[in-house]
Design a protein around this ligand. Sequence first.
Ligand SMILES: Nc1ncnc2c1ncn2[C@@H]1O[C@H](COP(=O)(O)OP(=O)(O)OP(=O)(O)O)[C@@H](O)[C@H]1O
Ligand SMILES: [Mg+2]
Length: 454
Amino acid sequence: MKATCMVCNAPYDVERDGGQVIEIDGAGHYICKRDWPGFTAGVDLQKRVQETQDSAHSEQNETKRAEARQALTDFDSTPREIVAKLDEYVIGQERAKRDVAVGLYDHHRIHQGDMEHQAAGTTADVELEKANIMLVGPSGSGKTLLARTLARSLGVPFASADATSLSPTGYTGNDVESILTAAYIDAGEDLEWAGKSVIFIDEIDKIARKSQANPSITRDVSGESVQHALLKLIEGTMAQLPLGASGRKHPDAPPEYIDTSKILFIGGGAFEGFPEIVAKKMKRQTERTMGLRANPLAVSGDPQRDYEILAEAPAEVLIESLIEYGFVPEFAGRFPIIVPLAPLTKAQMRLALTEPKNSVIKQQVELFRRDGMELVITDEALDAIVDKAVNMKTGVRALRSLVKSMTGQARYDLAGDPGVLKVVTGPETLDDPTKYVATRRTSFKPGGTLPEAV
Ligand SMILES: Nc1ncnc2c1ncn2[C@@H]1O[C@H](COP(=O)(O)OP(=O)(O)OP(=O)(O)O)[C@@H](O)[C@H]1O
Ligand SMILES: [Mg+2]
């Protein structure tokens, strides 16, 4: 019988050659005698590589889990120390930092206690419940930055998700449960450990019901039903991990569940229009208790005033206002700690440029340093950037693009040029990026004569 070897593609007389026939996906193939040893070695190697990868993966997770448990046991940062850590990256927002630090501290204490009880086989007399936190502040006040930063000082898994990407089960978009996937991975694929996570849900204001005028008619899928789905997670449920999330090999493997009752949720959003609602409620309340017309709280849309309104409002007014804003009452009630963030002042913006550990300026300087150049942005230039940013709608966010546009031309002209020693950008580069001043390394060559000693 004649056949073509699937490895070397040459024709063979099967009986004479004495190679092997194998079946792949139901079809027979011939492998000649010369190629057979190599072929089997290859198959074997493939299998071995797969096996080592699998066991390395689970070993890695095993180590991660052990380290993680130790990190929680060892966690002994006080709220003050957590704030100090946040201070390294976030300018201002003292109140938000304090509230978040206490929330995180309590979260660790709850889980440390639970772990001790579990180890001792006992149960706590007082069941401690979590208190989820809602960060409310104007765009660019550092909500996302704060949440990202706090992930650095945790002894538990952390995940962050964007509420705008979520959709209720059965619709296109990510199932609400998908936010657990990231926590599960950060927990070294340990279901129980994932149940101790802190999960940040950004842009949470976007799932508020859009129309407050007639909620019964305009039931919008994107908002209210996501709230209901999310509510289940936040209240605490055995949530099924989305299929394939855990890297499970078979779709018919038993489903895996995470107990979400002790996951700490931190929501964040700009909540446009929210301070107005709070202000109106406060005014009505004052009128009721004082029996006279209170001074109308100026609803100015001024971010600083908005912050003051939120900072003064008692918790129950804030929660009622959340409901009016478009959250179902159960949902609003699940965020007992509502923390306002203030807009950055001009002075704080100036600090934000240079002070945080990974400030925009430090990042630029580092980029130039990697090309062997010293980048100097003069103080006057920094002032000019802030002046310009203040007048732009995107405020703090504009800082980065202003710095980038200021140094972009120099970067283009000089990158990769080993002769450049120093680049100085002054305020004039803000309008004309070609106005930077570059200093070249002094060139030298061997030889020359020394000046005579005096
Ligand atoms: N308090 C702050 N301290 C230092 N930098 C800040 C601060 N607030 C904002 N920034 C800078 O501005 C950028 C945008 O901030 P961030 O993404 O945290 O805003 P946000 O409050 O989440 O706004 P949005 O509601 O639009 O999402 C940050 O990457 C950071 O560089
Ligand atoms: Mg944000």
